[in-house]
Design a protein around this ligand. Structure first.
Ligand code: ADP
Ligand code: ASP
Ligand code: MG
Length: 433
């Protein structure tokens, strides 16, 4: 069971978790940092980089006050209050220590880990106060990524089963989402929103009956509820549909968190902590019915077009183009080709200049920043008809930069300028649902 930031966002919310997690069967509970904490830790890191000590002090004081309030409201016994305040002081001292030394990306990751370390320690202390037995299982001992930042699945599995065997008859294990160690043994993380990924990696490692992701909404909606009105929860999704939606921007799921569950065929249930009896969404290997399921959008993409007469009737051209991206370890999201040109999008433009420099050997290169992929997920097999016309009819007033259809049975993607994202999502909502 994974609980996101809002689900542990206040003393009352933490108290509300107890009846959900303290029920019969053995469970592993994964917690995010309390909402707002990771963002504040990001801001603290910015102050540490720039050595803005005045600002840093204000930010650490803010963290201190927020958590003092939580401690105040959460605990009632003197011993727990003392332990919780000591714990808070330890974490704040840890952050303060970084003012003394050079601040680098590694230290930043250690700072970012403090939120999950705090939330799990507080829940564990609260369980002790409530006389409910639980084990705090440190993620930094079992969650590890390799040099390519991929999770080390076998290591994770081995280490978790070792800890669980050690506490054979224990029913409740509590651990941190998001944080891990890298191949150098340093503290690292699974990127923002990574607690979902922690949960599915653990669920897959222990071959759980089900992975539950508890959040602040009643499941995955058919469109981005932050942008579009009158969206609704989709009750059932296939792994493939959910994976595409997560990868293409549905914030409710971390981009790659569906993959471990799909691989081990473990159903993932999305549930609402504010409304625990709502149906939510179940993601499983059950094939999706014929339909348009949902829409998601992914921002901050850069479109690159390479136009070259050399491409006409030539082989090896695309390979040469792709090799440029491979050399700079830059994944391509979307691609669209014609006889004499190829357009593609990238998310990570760290090496954009070098990439353009090399691509210019092939022909004319055009770059458009600020692009958004709109991804329509559904069942679009080759035998299906009518879906494309409904989509384009809905978007008849919106300029489209790229189209990708037929690459995946589950996904039709369009690229638009980010200024048109809202209009595109709203128009599609009207036209498709
Ligand atoms: P948590 O902190 O629990 O991980 P997140 O904020 O990461 O929660 O994800 C939940 C939020 O995702 C929702 O509150 C909602 O605003 C947003 N969201 C974006 N797209 C979708 C979608 N398609 N369905 C449901 N929620 C979505
Ligand atoms: N706390 C981390 C974040 O805010 C991880 C998570 O919430 O999933 O990104
Ligand atoms: Mg999240």
């Amino acid at each position: 069971m994974k609980f996101g930031g809002t689900s542990v966002g206040s003393a009352q919310r933490i108290k509300n978790l107890v009846p959900l997690i303290n029920k019969g069967e053995q469970k592993i509970v994964v917690l995010s940092a309390m909402s707002g904490t990771t963002n504040l830790l990001v801001d603290i890191s910015v102050s540490l980089y720039s050595k803005d000590l005045l600002k840093l002090k204000q930010q650490i004081d803010e963290l201190d006050q927020r958590y003092k309030k939580v401690i105040d409201e959460l605990f009632s016994k003197k011993d727990s209050i003392i332990s919780a305040n000591e714990l808070l002081a330890e974490h704040l001292n840890f952050i303060n220590l970084f003012t003394l030394d050079l601040f680098t990306a590694n230290e930043e990751k250690a700072i970012l880990a403090q939120g999950e370390l705090l939330s799990t320690a507080l829940l564990h202390l609260y369980m002790i106060e409530q006389n409910i037995s639980s084990v705090l299982m440190p993620a930094l001992e079992f969650m590890r990524i390799d040099e390519s930042e991929e999770p080390e699945v076998l290591f994770i599995k081995k280490m978790i089963s070792k800890t669980m065997e050690q506490f054979g008859d224990e029913n409740l294990f509590i651990t941190q989402g998001y944080i891990c160690r890298n191949s150098f043994g340093e503290i690292d993380n699974l990127k923002r929103g990574g607690s979902d990924y922690t949960a599915t990696l653990i669920g897959a490692a222990v071959n759980a009956a089900e992975i539950q992701i508890w959040t602040d909404i009643d499941g995955l909606h058919n469109n981005d509820p932050r942008i579009v009105e009158k969206t609704f929860a989709v009750t059932e999704l296939s792994f493939d549909e959910a994976a595409e939606l997560a990868y293409f921007g549905a914030k409710i799921l971390h981009p790659t968190c569906v993959l471990p569950a799909k691989k081990e065929n473990i159903p993932v249930r999305l549930l609402n902590t504010m409304q625990p009896t709502a149906t939510g969404t179940i993601i499983s290997n059950k094939p999706a019915p014929d339909r348009i399921t949902a829409i998601a959008a992914k921002d901050n993409l850069t479109a690159i077009k390479i136009k070259s007469a050399r491409m006409l009737l030539a082989y090896g051209f695309l390979r040469a183009v792709f090799e440029v991206f491979e050399r700079y370890k830059t994944p391509i999201d979307m691609i669209s080709t014609s006889e004499v040109a190829v357009s593609l999008t990238i998310d990570n433009d760290k090496h954009l200049e070098e990439i353009i420099g090399e691509l210019e050997q092939f022909g004319l290169v055009e770059v458009d920043k600020n692009q958004t992929i709109i991804c329509i997920v559904g069942t679009f097999g080759a035998d299906k008809q009518g879906y494309a016309s409904r989509i384009f009819d809905s978007l008849k007033n919106i300029p489209i930069r790229m189209i990708s259809y037929g690459g995946s049975e589950n996904n039709i993607s369009l690229l638009v300028n980010s200024d048109l994202k809202k209009k595109a999502l709203v128009s599609l909502n009207k036209g498709l649902f």
